[in-house]
Design a binder for this molecule. Structure first.
Ligand code: NAD
Ligand code: AHE
Ligand code: ZN
Length: 369
């Protein structure tokens, strides 16, 4: 079938909105009509050429919501008409990883996903017979996409697509990092580096669990008001701190953070995030994704003296199980999404969403099909 898609033709070039061809679902797969998709910094990361797994031409996008339109043979858990969120971290419930409660990183289809292919090793997208690669197993920058059954979460049928698409990455990643990965407890003191689409959700997760102190760190002073909306108690602009940032944050948190979260993808900031943690027990969670070839460093003494460095993908969430619950939290008013969606665009305007991200004007831009 013909579908409308924004194609990443080459690293560093704007997306090209065009008509491409999509083959129907095969065994264990579903065809989903994407109704809305957010634009995450990770899409920009891959488009920029910094992603070691980036391949072109590809259809990016991994923060979508839509409706199942057709299912392939053997599909049991969803049917046409179901409302779903595509999962870049699937949940097969059978692999060694799914059976281990310590991780959410289902590996059932990870190899082909990283190669931009469906699990049988082929692509369903093409233009004039030329292959176009899938992206993160989701490719939500197309108004129809094909997904493995294990990579869709069935959600509340009344949930608004243009809002809950954000649960497909940003909301779940931020809140999940606090609840699933850090398992942060009420009364803790936390520092959040980067108050964008992910960091603000970390802040709302910390508010949810009853953190005592939530320090937000961002170079953009406009983010002070944004952080405060979701529960931030203190704002620090590193550019305005006299002297070194780490001792300043250790002092502010009365000895160091119980938890810190890096939500930027900057390896220098990752070091500061670790080193501002409390001696003896502070944990730093890396969420930001850093470019090809970049490495983190610190003095091993930082770890010897009880700080831990950890990381999280998709907030430690098991998609088919946890995503419907997070959508319900939104429907019940337990978490906020609407104010963070600052811009709604048509597919033709998708490159404007990347411009708004670069200029720091948007928190989340959503493309509505
Ligand atoms: P964003 O662009 O919306 O936000 C980044 C924020 O960081 C901005 O407010 C910016 O002003 C601030 N910033 C930039 N450099 C800074 C610095 N040196 N010091 C302090 N603040 C600085 O991005 P986002 O969508 O929130 O994504 C954040 C990161 O998280 C990206 O690297 C993205 O790829 C990654 N990510 C990871 C996961 C995961 O599962 N691990 C999921 C989603 C996003
Ligand atoms: N492909 C990159 C890594 C990108 C990355 O870390 N992606 C996160 C999700 S970011 C969502 O916005 C993730 O889920 N990682 C786990 C995984 O298996 O990809 C690289 O460096 O190669
Ligand atoms: Zn994302």
């Amino acid at each position: 079938m013909d579908v409308r898609a924004a194609v990443a033709v080459e690293a560093g070039k704007p997306l090209e909105v065009t008509t491409v061809q999509l083959e129907g679902p095969q065994e264990g797969e579903v065809l989903v009509e994407i109704k809305a998709t957010g634009i995450c910094h990770t899409d920009e990361f891959t488009l920029s050429g910094a992603d070691p797994e980036g391949i072109f031409p590809a259809i990016l996008g991994h923060e979508g919501a839509g409706i199942v339109r057709e299912v392939g043979p053997g599909v049991k858990s969803v049917k046409p008409g179901d409302h779903v969120i595509p999962l870049y971290t699937p949940e097969c419930r059978e692999c060694e990883y799914c059976l281990n409660p310590k991780t959410n990183l289902c590996q059932a289809i990870r190899t082909t996903q990283g190669q931009g292919l469906m699990p049988n090793g082929t692509s369903r997208f093409s233009v004039n017979g030329e292959k176009i690669f899938h992206y993160m197993g989701t490719s939500t920058f197309a108004n129809y996409t094909v997904l493995p059954e294990i990579a869709v979460a069935k959600i509340h049928p009344d949930a608004p697509f243009e809002k809950v698409c954000y649960v497909g990455c940003g909301v779940t990643t931020g809140i999940g990092a606090v609840i699933n990965t850090a398992k942060a407890e009420a009364g803790c003191r936390a520092v959040v580096f980067g108050l964008g689409g992910i960091g603000l959700n970390v802040i709302q997760g910390l508010r949810l669990i009853g953190a005592e102190m939530i320090v937000g760190v961002d170079l953009n002073n406009d983010k002070k008001e944004w952080g405060e909306k979701f529960g931030m108690t203190h704002f620090v602009n590193p550019g305005e701190v006299e002297g070194d940032l780490v001792p300043y944050l250790v002092d502010l948190t009365k000895g160091g953070a119980d938890y810190s979260f890096e939500c930027i993808g900057n390896t220098k900031v990752m070091r500061d995030a670790l080193e501002c943690c409390h001696k003896g027990w502070g944990e730093s969670i890396i969420i930001g994704v850093a470019g090809s070839g970049q490495e983190i460093s610190t003095r091993p003494f930082q770890l010897v003296t009880g700080r831990s460095w950890r990381g999280t993908a998709f907030g430690g969430a098991r998609g088919r199980t946890d995503v419907p619950k997070i959508v319900d939290w939104y429907m019940n008013g337990q978490i906020e999404i609407d104010p963070m969606i600052t811009h709604t665009l048509s597919l033709d305007e998708i490159n404007k969403g990347f411009d708004l991200m670069h200029s720091g004007e948007s928190i989340r831009s959503v493309v509505l099909y």
